[in-house]
Design a protein around this ligand. Structure first.
Ligand code: E4P
Length: 221
């Protein structure tokens, strides 16, 4: 499974890129707003992320509401850098926009996906990535992992004639990452905090402390 980082924060992206295990970035309007960014600076901010990522896929979300506007904004976003992936929320307008954009060679990440029918339609329309949300399903008291598993199994039953990867999104913990990997999701997009928690384990910290303490004895022997 590949790791994407789920943030628009340039410092978080730089830090995560330095670890050598990152395969891409996903952003959304809320994550961009969290950076304190202004509307006028959005596209340049996405370009900076693309430069930091050195060609890795970077999802930039369109806020357009009609098919025509999604196509126009999608082409503009895709023209910012070769590694821009246009993110569109699932809906009838975005399905139609995805078909047109995919036919024009623009990679689309269809987001805000919560059901297998939504995912299957997105794949059929030509989406290069599909982003089912896990955490937000948990947040309403349902089972986000089970929802993701349904989607993964349905998508993996078929060949859609184009590459179509599942990005497990709305990830809250290493548990979600493990569950996504066990079921065969292609990618997990993980917020910086949860990504750092994926590196940590209490027994790792405990073991390292003991190694260091015992090595001190060797050095002082
Ligand atoms: C990623 O593409 C999604 O926009 C993101 O994972 C949503 O995460 P959230 O549910 O924590 O806002």
């Amino acid at each position: 499974m590949k790791f994407f980082i789920d943030t628009a924060d340039l410092d978080e992206i730089r830090e995560a890129m330095s670890w050598g295990a990152l395969s891409g970035v996903t952003t959304n309007p809320s994550l961009y707003a969290k950076t304190g960014g202004k509307l006028a600076d959005f596209e340049q901010h996405m370009v900076k992320i693309c430069e930091i990522c050195e060609g890795l896929p970077v999802s930039a979300e369109s806020t357009a509401t009609t098919t025509q506007e999604m196509v126009e904004e999608g082409k503009r976003l895709a023209g910012l850098a070769p590694n821009v992936v246009v993110k569109l929320p699932i809906g009838v307008e975005s399905l139609a926009a995805t078909k047109t954009l995919a036919e024009d060679g623009v990679a689309v990440n269809m987001t805000l996906v919560f059901s297998a029918p939504q995912a299957l339609l997105a794949a059929r329309a030509g989406a290069r990535y599909i982003s089912p949300f896990v955490g937000r399903v948990d947040d309403i008291g349902s089972d986000g992992v089970a929802s993701l598993e349904e989607i993964v199994r349905c998508i993996h039953n078929y060949d859609f004639g184009h590459e179509c990867e599942i990005i497990a999104a709305s990830i809250r913990s290493p548990y979600h990452v493990t569950a996504a990997a066990l079921m065969g999701a292609d990618i997990a997009t993980v917020p910086f905090g949860a990504l750092k928690n994926c590196v940590k384990h209490p027994l790792t910290a405990e073991g390292l402390a003991k190694f260091e303490a015992d090595w001190e004895k060797v050095k002082n022997a």
